[in-house]
Write a protein that binds this ligand. Structure first.
Ligand code: GLA
Length: 430
């Protein structure tokens, strides 16, 4: 325990020193890079009819199948390690001692056995609750407005810890968002008191902003939650992804300030591999979520995924940008109606000069591919004269990885398809 603590302190110091915003990090050593894995909600939602939908209902077999795919198809080795259960997993009634119980028909072996299944495969299990009275799907939440102030935060935290759960998502349905500033820290305290390491996923800012038009207290949120959902639920469409990109652009300065090791703003799941996104738009979601250092929670049926979408989810170079240990969210340095440029500081740093990931985004819905071209010093104003970068094409669009070199007065020019397409390069400082 002591050795682990010392290790965490040393690790944190190495990243704290060059970047003051990291002082916000939770100090428990969890989620030092954005968590990666599977989360069932967007694809499988709350389907509980296992007679009619035996392969896509929320039951233990679904999560075991996804775990098997993560292992057998190479995702785990790339960092996708969480298998996160979402809503609709429990019985609607607690047991006689007030404990949560997994649905007896759909999870006959119970959650502890499911956690064991994950751990035996070097994976982790996440589960879901709600700081309110009920979950959004109407299952028991941690508060209880009907029992004279009695609540279940402590008992439920202990129950999931006893089951061996590794991550806990706390939704915000059936609760007043104005009370979240009190309730999310209360849930966090309950989870911490169990002594078990659990990544705490909150939906604190989303409900406050969308339903109460509040400016959430991001400082408190970043201190409390490892992952915090900032905006609406993603759905399977380009309109949804585009809206999230716009939102992250609008609040770019604010979100940048509160993103880093131990506390990541969450734009919600990756819908890549479902029906709504084109191949280009799928690359864009992967690129932008990585430019932001956002959690990568895949929500698709990994048993049926087409190879071209699997290749996007498994793009090592893009994942490396997402997992850069500094966790710095990209800055939007250019935006007009349809074009955007995002720039993210990444390793390696040579003689004090960072490397950068750059994403060019084309939202135009008409016409053929276009060139976008920006002078490097406009994108990265603090690039010193004489510093040279090698341009690495992260999706290999030109059939090779290295496209050339660039210095501050050169143009970074890339040809980009239309309809929500992206080009993503890494400028590797030499
Ligand atoms: C809310 C959350 C989603 C999902 C559902 C489950 O809408 O924002 O992420 O958890 O509830 O009912």
């Amino acid at each position: 325990m002591l050795i682990k603590l010392i290790f965490h302190i040393i690790f944190l110091l190495t990243i704290l020193l060059p970047n003051i915003p990291f002082l916000l990090a939770r100090d428990d050593g969890l989620a030092l890079t954005p968590p990666m894995g599977f989360l069932s909600w967007e694809r499988f939602a709350c389907q509980t009819d296992c007679d009619r939908y035996p392969h896509s209902c929320i039951n233990e077999q679904l999560y075991k199948d996804m775990a098997d795919r993560l292992v057998a198809d190479g995702y785990r080795e790339l960092g996708y390690e969480y298998v996160n259960v979402d809503d609709c997993w429990s019985e609607k009634q607690r047991d006689s001692s007030g404990r949560l119980v997994a649905d007896r028909k759909r999870f006959p072996s119970g959650i502890k056995a499911l956690a064991d299944y994950m751990h035996a495969r070097r994976l982790k299990l996440g589960i879901y609750g709600d700081v309110g009275n009920l979950t959004c799907g109407g299952y028991p939440g941690q508060n209880n407005h009907t029992a004279g102030g009695h609540d279940y935060y402590d008992l439920d935290a202990q129950t999931v810890a006893d089951w061996g759960v590794d991550s806990f998502k706390s939704d915000g349905c059936y609760e007043e968002p104005l009370d979240f500033d009190r309730l999310y820290p209360k849930m966090d305290k309950a989870l911490n008191a169990t002594g078990r390491n659990m990544v705490f996923i909150c939906e604190w800012p989303f409900y406050q902003y969308v339903y109460r038009n509040m400016t959430p207290d991001y400082e408190a949120i970043a201190h409390t939650c490892h992952v915090y959902r900032s905006y609406k639920d993603v759905v399977d469409s380009w309109a949804s992804i585009d809206e999230i990109i716009t939102y992250y652009g609008t609040y770019n300065d604010l979100f940048r300030k509160y993103n880093g090791p131990g506390h990541f703003s969450d734009p919600d799941e990756l819908t890549i591999g479902n029906w709504g996104l084109s191949w280009e738009q799928s690359r864009t979601q992967m690129a932008m979520w990585s430019m932001w250092s956002s959690p990568l929670y895949i929500s698709t049926d990994l048993r049926k995924l087409r190879p071209e979408f699997k290749a996007i989810l498994q793009n090592r170079a893009v994942i490396a940008v997402n997992q850069d240990r500094h966790g710095i969210m990209a800055k939007r340095v250019f935006a007009d109606t349809n074009r955007q440029v995002w720039v993210k500081q990444v390793e390696p740093v040579v003689n004090g000069q960072w490397s950068y990931a750059v994403a060019y985004l084309n939202r135009e819905l008409l016409g053929d591919a276009i060139y976008m071209s920006h002078k490097l010093s406009d994108l990265i104003p603090d690039t010193k004269p004489g510093v040279k970068y090698e341009i690495h094409d992260l999706f290999l669009d030109e059939g090779k990885e290295i496209l050339g070199t660039i210095t501050r007065d050169d143009q970074l020019e890339l040809l980009i398809n239309t309809a929500g397409a992206v080009r993503m390069v890494k400028l590797l400082v030499k």
